[in-house]
Ligand binder design. Structure first.
Ligand code: NAD
Length: 498
């Protein structure tokens, strides 16, 4: 076995094959399947994690046979597989494990064929619902009708999980009619990122941080998820959703939970999810003056420049936000008084997701006023360049007295662990967790409902007050009043750096 971690020869690569499985991808011809799920599975195949008799069964509305589907999968790997390596023989061997069934989630077509394929295989059975959420209930019902919702089967459910508390509750209730909670894997791909798990390793695997991880030592915490893309072709969907529903209620809330939760007694699914749930339930309601919204303006330039948000969604009066920034508090002993700031938006200056823990200043500076004020800053980068940086104060080298400077202790995973460290995409990690039956990195039904219970009043408040998002420049870091939100507190946002 070759060592993947060239820069760290003491670390051995350990890829443990999972149990034999059949994975049915409903929506197997869709955008998500082609961009993420199928190339991800191919990478796991190359890594040696897929057992010989594993099968991947695409199931979607398009009328084609398995050979045509294999061609589509091969094209998807070529287009979206990145630097995925693998010889022609490897690809051929992977494709030989792939089948396709034309199926209608709402009708009868294809179901007996799928049932026949899945009969008595004795393997792990997983059904990935990579289709519109409007079909989740239909698929669950059909799987039961056709005898495939047996007690070992697992379903993987994509986002969005509801659009408010009421619809999330309905969806949970629908799925619960056919499957137990321990069979339902609600995906939030942010939880599959290497750094997110490292966040837990850093917090709970080291003595260094946890004693300082509280209101006494932490000044504040920032979470930024910035995108450079606009709404693109998803305008119609996005305009019914907005940044609060599309990003904050799920991805940013999940990151907030992991950074703020108490140490679980064990790293097991319910122990971790119990602690996350406590964080969400301890969140204060957001006051109207602690949250701001924005819509991006058209990019400056010629006729090829990107249109404004309202142009992109085709509604000149749209009140949906493409940017949101807020301040919240967690009312418990650990965090009382520490603000948590979150922001996310489209068409921002760089694509960057980062969690930053800003520690307080030392209580007394022995170096005098001229040494300046310094703070340790721990930043956890999710994308791009996953890694962790700790800002440490040291003496500026050379003669001339005690001048202090802040330097980063930088651990960029791709540099420290070699190129392969970046090769495991969130989706492939999460799919392998489904096969292993490990729900730690998936959202539990009560977590999702609690997150909506916190989000709903914010959105209802905007609607009741008739609030309109403020414009912000494409390529900027959001609205002017988002900066004001920080400035009022004597703080500032971290630069959105690529
Ligand atoms: P898509 O529109 O590209 O593909 C939809 C798939 O569903 C197609 O394979 C289509 O054949 C199939 N389908 C539609 N109606 C069907 C029916 N009646 N019976 C059987 N199959 C049917 O959608 P997508 O972008 O791949 O998204 C799939 C899911 O993943 C959605 O829930 C979406 O919200 C979620 N998601 C997508 C992305 C992404 O990047 N595309 C990201 C996060 C979440």
């Amino acid at each position: 076995m070759t060592n993947r971690y060239e820069a760290m020869p003491h670390i051995e690569s350990r890829v443990i094959p999972v149990d034999p499985f059949d994975l049915v991808i409903f929506g197997g011809t869709g955008d998500l399947a082609r961009r993420k799920i199928l190339p991800g599975l191919y990478r796991r195949f190359i890594a040696g994690q897929m057992p010989r008799d594993a099968r991947i069964i695409g199931a979607a509305r398009g009328d084609m046979d398995s050979d045509a589907y294999r061609k589509m999968v091969s094209d998807a790997i070529a287009e979206f597989g990145g630097q995925t390596k693998g010889s022609a023989d490897t690809l051929k061997s992977f494709l030989s494990r792939i089948l396709y069934v034309t199926i209608d989630a709402r009708g009868e077509a294809g179901w007996s064929e799928l049932q026949e394929l899945m009969k008595g295989t004795g393997k792990v059975e997983a059904y990935y619902f990579s289709v519109s959420p409007a079909l989740f209930g239909d698929l669950a019902e059909r799987l039961q009708q056709w005898g495939m919702a047996n007690s070992d089967a697992r379903i993987v459910v994509e986002k969005p999980f509801g659009r408010d508390l009421e619809t999330a509750k309905e969806l949970n209730a629908t799925l619960a009619r056919y499957f137990e909670e321990d069979q339902i894997y609600r995906i939030d791909h942010y939880l599959g990122k290497e750094t997110v798990q490292n966040l837990m390793a850093v917090r709970f695997g080291n003595m260094l941080f946890e004693p300082l991880w509280n209101a006494q030592y932490v000044d504040h915490i920032q979470i930024t998820v910035a995108e450079t893309v606009g709404v693109g072709g998803r305008g119609e969907y996005y305009d019914k959703s907005g940044a609060m529903r599309d990003m904050v209620q799920n991805h940013l809330m999940q990151l907030l939970c992991l950074i703020a939760m108490e140490p679980p007694a064990r790293f097991d699914p319910d122990a971790v999810r119990d602690e996350k749930l406590k964080v969400i339930r301890a969140l204060d309601p957001v006051l109207p003056h602690h949250i701001v919204r924005g819509q991006y303006e058209a990019e400056a330039g010629d006729e090829n420049a990107h249109p404004s948000y309202r142009e992109a969604v085709g509604d000149p009066r749209s009140k949906t936000e493409s940017f949101v920034a807020l301040k919240t508090h967690i009312s418990n002993w650990r965090w009382s008084g520490t603000p948590f700031y979150m922001r996310t938006g489209k068409r921002m200056s760089a694509r960057s997701s980062e969690i930053t823990v800003v520690f307080k200043e030392t209580p007394h500076s022995i170096f005098g006023a001229e040494a300046g004020q310094h703070r340790n800053v721990l930043s956890i980068r999710l994308q791009p360049n996953e890694g962790i940086t700790l800002g440490v104060t040291i003496k500026e080298p050379g003669p001339g007295g005690m001048r202090l400077i802040d330097v980063p202790l930088d651990m960029t995973f791709s540099e420290a662990l070699g190129d392969d460290a970046e090769q495991v995409d969130a989706y492939e990690r999460l799919i392998m967790d489904v096969i292993r039956g490990n729900q730690t990195l998936f959202m539990r039904g009560d977590e999702v409902e609690a997150a909506w219970a916190w989000t709903d009043p914010i959105i209802q408040g905007w609607q009741t007050r008739g609030e309109v998002p403020k414009p912000y420049d494409s390529g900027s870091d959001g609205t002017v009043d988002s900066r004001e939100l920080m400035r009022r507190d004597g703080r500032e946002w971290r630069e959105v750096a690529p």
